[in-house]
Ligand binder design. Structure first.
Ligand code: HEC
Length: 121
């Protein structure tokens, strides 16, 4: 085998390895999450400028909007804990989820919306 062929094979393998275990599944969940918008226009505006930038992008590690399976174990911790996670920051999420002037009630509405499975929206 020629040296360039080996290099190409290594490159091809390296690129495919970056896709992770189930790229099509997370792409579907991403596409589904991007269709969803909160019904309340004020909440929709906050969601559009803050939360959606991460919660519709699987690579951020954020539970995707409408992905019931990702949200159920988190919601089991209780709404108060969820709101505290946003206010204090949690893992890859910065404090306030990038909405510095949001109230606890607005966070609750945003979380309720994001955690509602696609099939029930
Ligand atoms: C910069 C990216 C980013 C933004 C913006 C963001 N999040 Fe997150 N969020 C994340 C990530 C990443 C996680 C998962 C963190 C982990 O599990 O380590 C997460 C997790 C959460 C959780 C679950 C916390 C828990 O205790 O399990 C809630 C609730 C949440 N986000 C709400 C929001 C809300 C509401 C907004 C908008 C106001 C928002 N996020 C904006 C990245 C973001």
């Amino acid at each position: 085998m020629k040296r360039t062929t080996i290099l190409l094979l290594i490159l091809a393998f390296g690129l495919s390895a970056c896709d992770g275990p189930s790229p099509s599944k997370s792409r579907e969940a991403e596409a589904a999450s991007r269709q969803l918008v909160p019904k309340d226009p004020d909440i929709a505006a906050i969601y559009g400028r803050s939360c959606s930038s991460c919660h519709t992008v699987a690579a951020t590690g954020a539970p995707l909007t409408g992905d019931g399976a990702a949200w159920t174990p988190r919601m089991d911790k209780g709404m108060d804990v969820m709101v505290d996670s946003v206010i204090n920051g949690f893992g890859g999420m910065p404090p306030f989820g990038l909405c510095m002037d949001c109230s606890a009630e607005q966070f609750e509405a945003l979380i309720q919306f994001m955690a509602t499975p696609v099939s029930s929206q």
